[in-house]
Design a protein around this ligand. Sequence first.
Ligand code: SF4
Ligand code: ZN
Length: 432
Amino acid sequence: MKYIKCGAEVFEFKPKPLPKTCSYCEEKAILRPEGTSLYLCKDCFLKFCEKRVKENIIKYKMFSKGERVGVFLSGGKDSATLLAILKKLFPTQNIIGIYLNLGIRYYSEYAQSAVEELCKKLEVPLHIVDLVEREGVRIDDFVFTSFKDKVCSVCGVIKRYYFTKVVKELNLDVIATGHHLDDTLSTMLSLFFNGDFISLSRLRPVLPPLHAGQARKVKPLFSLPELDIFHYSVLSELPIEGCSCPHGELTPAKRWKSWLNDMLKEDKTFKFRLLSIFMKKLLPLLPKEELEKEDEFSPCQVCGEPTPSKSHICVKCRRISLLQRVEDKRLEWTAEEFLTYYSQNRDRIVVFDVREKEDYEKGTFPSAIWVDPNLVSAEEKDFFKHFKNYQGKELIFLCYSGRLSYLFVLRLRKLGFKAYNIKNPEKLLKIK
Ligand code: SF4
Ligand code: ZN
């Protein structure tokens, strides 16, 4: 099975018997948990992961009986594994799955379907928050603002706002997220080298609420390697969305992840040793965050939620207000709309076909120029160079389903080009 994760990291898993029996039973071993000398069969591997999670929950007192636990689900393997393990270890706990649909085209809907399927399979109630319904905007719309190359930072603001809001709406005591060992270490390295010790001090497995109305934040998977989580999700046949968010960027933390995996080749316990040094030696030296003072908060004049902002408008509402100034948020045309538009504006439109070359050669939209589909993941300077002669034109992109061509459109918009996607491209491709 191949699984492509947010940020273009690729995992592959082809379970095959190893020439060993399981370290815990008589079955044939199929894999080795990262950083250990164990050989495990499927059942013992699943129990091994579950035991580690249970130890974390008990050791750090993450939640207790009777508490309402919300699990934020993204559609990916980490949060899916977290929900499956929690449900298995604590079948009578009050657990609620939460999905925030950010309106990201060719991603959010697929992720929501995976989350719905997962909650159905695990018999967990699901609460969906839809950004388009609540605010009338999509994360994609921010490519029209000054945040066009920082869409993830705006997305982070909106996610944090709704996570806090949902905690109150659902009266949750605890929120659990699927952050794992590789997330913890890569974020730690990135913050450390930026000298951001305040954020570093928040990198704990349990964060108590900082003011009334907040919930305890817990990370039960924080000591599990990402690869083990991937294997757990595949072996448990959890429904997951294997495609990346089209805004995914190669962040410094993601670069650190690949460095950590390189270090693992020299020392298979490297990640665990680093975690242990961080938890035992560095974290105790960092100051714990102080409780936020209630009297420093006032209700946001737009949404009514408490905010420390001196302008009395919360950061989420300030970001959303940027979109009110954008008159035209169009990023896509249907084939029919496009044909009418094209007939009136032919001289300023350039059409690109980003399908495989052999399909392009079999037939494409008249005048369409072929672009290598791999260009979408090229370095920024090469990507820009390819299109720089088309600045000032309107660039239209076609592919098989609209998904890949949308990636080209978003990338070009972030570079300041006027680019559009075709929603139902097959109709245009049939035109002779
Ligand atoms: Fe949001 Fe960026 Fe993650 Fe996409 S990749 S979900 S835009 S933070
Ligand atoms: Zn607000």
